[in-house]
Write a protein that binds this ligand. Structure first.
Ligand code: NAD
Length: 491
């Protein structure tokens, strides 16, 4: 039984309610989870509020907080295998991609933001001889952190680390389909001996646990990662209490392969970028744009590789695609295959459950051609191992198709011409663009989306811009002139 974590203690839901989390390989329950209520959220926010208003955490030096954060990073490294096993069981992501990727990155998030907190100090604006003006950064208060089910542990730490490094306290509401690794994090933060109330978790559903967190007057900040439509609703619900929002939302990102690209590397990148993490990644390169004169050859090689991607149990180190997170999500992804057929596209490979896996949420890696960019499969986020391929004639057409979407999260450009790479990258309206690379992150850079893919940027000092407020202090150095009122004769 997994409980909420409030004030450094594990506690049940106020009404004793629970829900199940399922093993994606079998859809059998793994565990019971406390189901958060308005009362639970209020209790957690009050704990976080007390830790912020009266506790030591916001008043410590950045260096003192950094010591706690490094300790958390060390503990994640020490418990990496256990956390990875929990995450693999709860999400169905292949073990090689969790053990080699998401868990080490979670530890890095704590180490990185611990160090970064020491760098993002105050700023000063001297006015010669008259003023010493300076802006001090201060923590904002209590943050509500609301996270999705894809790579939950990594995404949670991506928010928690800068939030705490900046001196805030927080309440995390993990996704209901993958709540287990958040509990591993609570155990680690308990072991790291953070002051009570600095970090709290309320589990549960969006409507019953997420919404009260957004509406709570004791919460100043909401950092949300999830679907665009959920982000819109959260912004509406947080307007009354004037929350500050960071929104990391959906995507339908293009991978553009020009005829002068290193085609082998482009192929590796295009495949990795949409079929890794079961295709359940916000930055998936889920629209592949291929230049006409290499199209046939490139798609033939692509189809051959996609057919050979190994679907299997997520615990098997050889597995490249595991089961999708939940049966509802399986049906959603599966439905898009029918939509593609109805729209006149061709399913080159995949499209259904592999015969060897009669139960669980397994789906074959799917490749779809004869796609127009106006089709639903080219415009809507499928969030599974499904790639659509669209031909283009020249650079201008590639840019036009790439930008013809409501999203703007990521883009990948493959070309051997550096000028073209730069031109195309700078013409795509997207928060992130990689040239001749898959999604290799530099944690110092601004991360976030344009258009319907998000609002604001996190990463590096940009996270501190979100998680801190400035107070600007103006200190007069001498006796500057003050305009004088009331110096005339009596009226
Ligand atoms: P989701 O929007 O359904 O849920 C995300 C979280 O919001 C969950 O914890 C859920 O319980 C909560 N929630 C739902 N309704 C709520 C409400 N009314 N008030 C408060 N909280 C509420 O998203 P998901 O299906 O869990 O995740 C997949 C989505 O996340 C995809 O669209 C993906 O692109 C996006 N995503 C974006 C990024 C990014 O950095 N841009 C990263 C990962 C995932």
């Amino acid at each position: 039984m997994i409980q909420h974590f409030i004030g450094n203690e594990f506690v049940p839901a106020s009404d004793g309610g629970t829900f199940e989390t399922l093993d994606p390989s079998t859809n059998r329950p793994i565990d019971q989870i406390a189901s958060g209520t308005v009362e639970d959220v209020d209790r957690a926010v009050r704990a976080a509020r007390a830790a912020f208003d009266d506790g030591g955490w916001p008043r410590m030096s950045a260096a003192e907080r950094a010591r706690f954060l490094h300790r958390i990073g060390d503990l994640i490294e020490a418990h990496a295998d256990e956390i990875a096993n929990v995450e693999i069981a709860d999400t169905g992501i292949p073990s090689s991609q969790i053990k080699g990727g998401a868990i080490p990155r979670a530890a890095d998030n704590f180490h990185f933001f611990a160090d970064m907190a020491l760098e993002v100090g105050d700023e000063s604006f001297p006015v010669e001889g008259q003023f010493k003006n300076y802006a001090v950064r201060r923590p904002v208060g209590v943050a509500g952190l609301i996270t999705p089910w894809n790579t939950p542990f990594m995404l949670e730490t991506w928010k928690i680390a800068p939030c705490l490094a900046a001196g805030n306290t927080c309440v995390l509401k993990p996704a209901e389909w993958s709540p287990l690794s958040a509990n591993s994090l609570a155990l680690i933060l308990q072991e790291a001996d953070l002051p009570p109330g600095v970090f709290n978790i309320v589990h549960g559903f969006g409507e019953t646990a997420g919404a009260p967190l957004v509406a709570h007057p004791g919460v100043e900040l909401i950092s949300f990662t999830g679907e665009t439509t959920t982000g819109q609703e959260i912004m509406r619900n947080g307007a009354t209490t004037l929350k500050r929002f960071s929104m990391e939302l959906g995507g339908k990102s293009p991978t553009i392969v020009f005829d002068d690209a290193d085609q082998t590397r482009a192929l590796d990148g295009a495949i990795w970028q949409v079929y890794s993490l079961n295709g359940e990644r916000c930055t998936a390169g889920s629209r592949l744009l291929v230049q006409n004169d290499i199209y046939d050859d490139f798609v033939t090689r692509l189809a051959d590789r996609v057919r050979r991607i190994k679907v299997g149990q997520p615990t098997d180190p050889a597995t490249e695609i595991g089961p999708l997170i939940h049966p509802d999500h399986w049906h959603r992804v599966r439905q898009y295959i029918d939509i593609a057929r109805r729209e006149g596209a061709t399913i080159v490979t995949g499209g259904d459950r592999p015969a060897a896996f009669p139960e669980g949420n397994f789906i074959k890696p799917t490749l779809i051609t004869q796609v127009g960019n106006d089709m639903r499969v080219a415009q809507e986020e499928i969030f599974g191992p499904v790639l659509v391929v669209i031909p283009f004639e020249d650079e201008a057409e590639a840019v036009r198709i790439a930008n013809d979407t409501r999203y703007g999260l990521a883009a990948y450009v493959w070309t051997s011409d550096p000028d073209r790479g730069k031109r195309v990258a700078e013409s795509i309206v997207s928060g992130l663009v990689w040239i001749n690379s898959h999604n290799v992150r530099d944690l110092r850079t601004p991360f976030g989306g344009c258009k319907m893919s998000g609002i604001g940027r996190e990463g590096g000092r940009y996270s501190f811009d979100f998680y801190t407020d400035y107070s600007t202090i103006h200190v007069a150095l001498g006796e500057h002139r003050i305009p004088r009122l009331g110096m005339g004769g009596s009226s």
